[in-house]
Design a protein around this ligand. Structure first.
Ligand code: MF3
Ligand code: CO
Ligand code: CO
Length: 277
């Protein structure tokens, strides 16, 4: 099956869902602090998303029990919010929000950031800022007729130059009426290889970057993915649509560039550290 291309009216609805997800992250950023539990983040996200007429896509997705993923320190992705997980000074936590905004056909918007809780260590800063830049470089590689491998190559080269590694087992994905669909977008690869990108394709780029090796260790709950070596991991995610000129970042937060041509943009501001709010 070919990858679906979105027309203007579909993109309008995609934008609405993606912008709600982006605003949800801003709210999380204002709230996050040492002492808060990931359960509290879950409640905040659940209430904000449903108050805006949307559904939190993770809830009951393939049995996922909560409304958002919260991945602390050595957790690569799919962390399950819990009252027992209380954020403490020096932690990093990725909060991954996906919203389903119903309309005639509903659409999913998928975006995540890694937050600093209090003061980060040098290692935490390195892995987080590397992941943030990897997402920007991946986005900058997107253009009509570019290849999927161009995205992965840009990300892998930068991550490895920083002494970090790129997770292989989880990849970016097409998103729209369905939460996870084609194409798959690996965050490693070779320039000039892979499917050609076409204007109207919508997918996520969501590099998971480790300070140690890229190997994953899936826990018995069936969801939580930790680094095998228990070293730090960080991730950032946007949903984008390919355009003739580059791409549009559908989940762009207010104050950051919406078009890849405007790079380098400053995504290094408020969301990097809750103290900056
Ligand atoms: N939002 C995640 C992604 O970026 C997927 C989470 S699936 C869940 O693809 F079930 F864990 F929520
Ligand atoms: Co995603
Ligand atoms: Co996500």
């Amino acid at each position: 099956m070919g990858v679906e291309l979105m027309n203007a009216s579909m993109l309008e609805r995609m934008r609405a869902s993606c912008q709600l997800a982006a605003k949800t992250l801003l709210l999380v950023g204002e709230t996050i602090r040492p002492g808060i539990s990931t359960e509290e983040i879950n409640t905040l996200v659940h209430e904000f998303v449903t108050d805006h007429g949307a559904y939190p896509s993770p809830l009951n997705y393939r049995g996922f029990p909560k409304s958002v993923c919260t991945s602390i320190n050595d957790c690569i992705c799919h962390g399950i919010p819990s009252k027992k997980d209380i954020l403490k000074d020096g932690d990093i936590v990725n909060v991954d929000v996906t919203t389903f905004l119903p309309s005639k056909n509903g659409f999913h918007g998928d975006t995540s950031v890694t937050f600093y809780v209090g003061e980060p260590s040098e290692e935490a800063k390195l892995v987080t800022e590397t992941a943030r830049r990897c997402l920007e470089l991946g986005i900058a590689a997107v253009k009509h007729d570019a290849r999927v491998g161009d995205i992965g190559a840009a990300i892998q080269e930068y991550a490895e130059a920083k002494g970090c590694s790129v997770v292989r087992d989880y990849v970016g994905h097409g998103v729209g009426r369905v939460f996870h669909t084609d194409p798959q977008i690996p965050h490693y690869g070779k320039r000039g290889k892979g499917k050609r990108l076409k204007a109207g394709m919508v997918f996520t780029i969501e590099p998971m970057i480790n300070i140690g090796s890229y190997h994953c260790d899936l826990q018995d709950d069936g969801w939580t993915v930790l680094t095998l070596d228990r070293k730090l991991s960080a991730q950032f995610e946007h949903t984008i649509v390919v355009t003739r000129e580059g791409c549009e970042v559908l989940t762009a937060r207010p104050g950051i560039a919406k078009h890849s041509e405007d790079l380098p943009w400053s995504d290094l501001g408020p969301l990097s550290c809750p103290a900056a709010f």
